[in-house]
Design a protein around this ligand. Sequence first.
Ligand SMILES: Cc1cc2nc3c(=O)[nH]c(=O)nc-3n(C[C@H](O)[C@H](O)[C@H](O)COP(=O)(O)OP(=O)(O)OC[C@H]3O[C@@H](n4cnc5c(N)ncnc54)[C@H](O)[C@@H]3O)c2cc1C
Length: 409
Amino acid sequence: MPAPDRVIVVGGGVAGLVAARELVLAGREVVLLESSDRLGGQLTSHAVAGIQLDAGAEAYAQRGDDIPRLLRALGLHDDIVTPVEAPAWLHRADGSAVPLPATSLLGIPGVPLARDVIEAIGMRAALRAQLDNLLPGLVAARAETVEQLVLRRMGRGVLDGLVAPVVRGVHSTSPAEVQVEQVAPGLRALMLSAGSLAAAVRARRAKAPAGSLVASLRGGLFRLVDALVHDLDRFGVEVRTGVEVVAADGDGVTTSTGERLRGEVVMAAPLGVDAPRTRVTVVTLALDAPELADAPRGSGVLVAQGVPGVAARALTHLSAKWRWLAEATPLQLVRLSYDDGVEVTPELARRDAEALLATPLPHPVDTATVRWERTGRRSDPAHAIDGMRRVGRLNPAPVSPPSSHTPVR
Ligand SMILES: Cc1cc2nc3c(=O)[nH]c(=O)nc-3n(C[C@H](O)[C@H](O)[C@H](O)COP(=O)(O)OP(=O)(O)OC[C@H]3O[C@@H](n4cnc5c(N)ncnc54)[C@H](O)[C@@H]3O)c2cc1C
């Protein structure tokens, strides 16, 4: 019997929700299966001091027009916000702190001999980075990881002093683990046309709308989930929560209760992904500390590896970063991220915040802690918030045409 003209979307995170919406708009009958009792996956919120805040992703990369177009279609376009222009800081292994170079991408400087670069990594390392301008664009054009690219073009000083803390803070891993195309798609091609890595960084920065590489929604990025769910309901997608898919093949899926659903499969969950899991703990503190309103460390602090006395790997000063939040409450909101293996308590987070913001801080008015387990780090493009087109990439075999499917478990 031929499979029905139905698409089964597995996973109700943002990728699954966006895929389901696109498919139903393309005229397909769509069923979305989500194993938990909640839609949104890593896009969700929690209340801190009575304010609803993002508990997972809080911003999206401004690359291309896909997300703005989606937000327009969902009626959220007028709520797009960009962060306050305040550089993040770098807390170095020796305990000192410097602003991250203004013109940079992933910590890669666009102007290696700029004063802020020299201040961050020293003249010798900056001069080595400047060699990038003399190397042909072809050098390291095929580098796969960020480490290979930066090491060959700009040297160890930039890699260890700038790029590693940024990658660690933003992607919870080391530059050796991160594929360039994953985190900076098109950067190597831009390097070839622009002639150097620094020139590619400058070109990429200049292209970012409103000068910012990221954007979000007033009120929190999690609002995207409600808007998507509302649309799925409006367009007649059958959404089933509490349904775990345990196997999928070219003909459909099997759930943990043994139910078999037939149809084309779009995989937006880490089923069959053979990749390590990473655990991240995020603590948000609401502080009655008006002195922080001056944003002593800009939008936040990225922490180099091995800083004595600090366990956090990054701090985001939410109230300094997002204007709408500063307007919403006189409290100061900071969020700290921790890697696996750290026994995280709100008191530890408060002490880390004190060290990183270089300011004595009172006991928080309120705190919230979320522990995340992220699966499939090596498949992150498939998980990316703007990665809908790759939604099927989690499946070892393409999901279409059905005949090419490989069962996944
Ligand atoms: C603390 C934190 C901060 C982040 N910050 C940012 C940021 O600022 N910007 C950014 O771009 N990204 C950020 N990310 C990453 C971003 O949130 C994710 O890349 C994105 O939300 C992943 O969406 P997804 O739909 O692919 O996967 P998920 O959100 O993981 O959704 C997958 C869904 O599938 C369900 N599922 C799993 N297995 C099954 C199964 N067998 N059957 C049925 N359902 C299943 C899960 O329950 C889940 O709901 C952050 C992540 C975290 C944890």
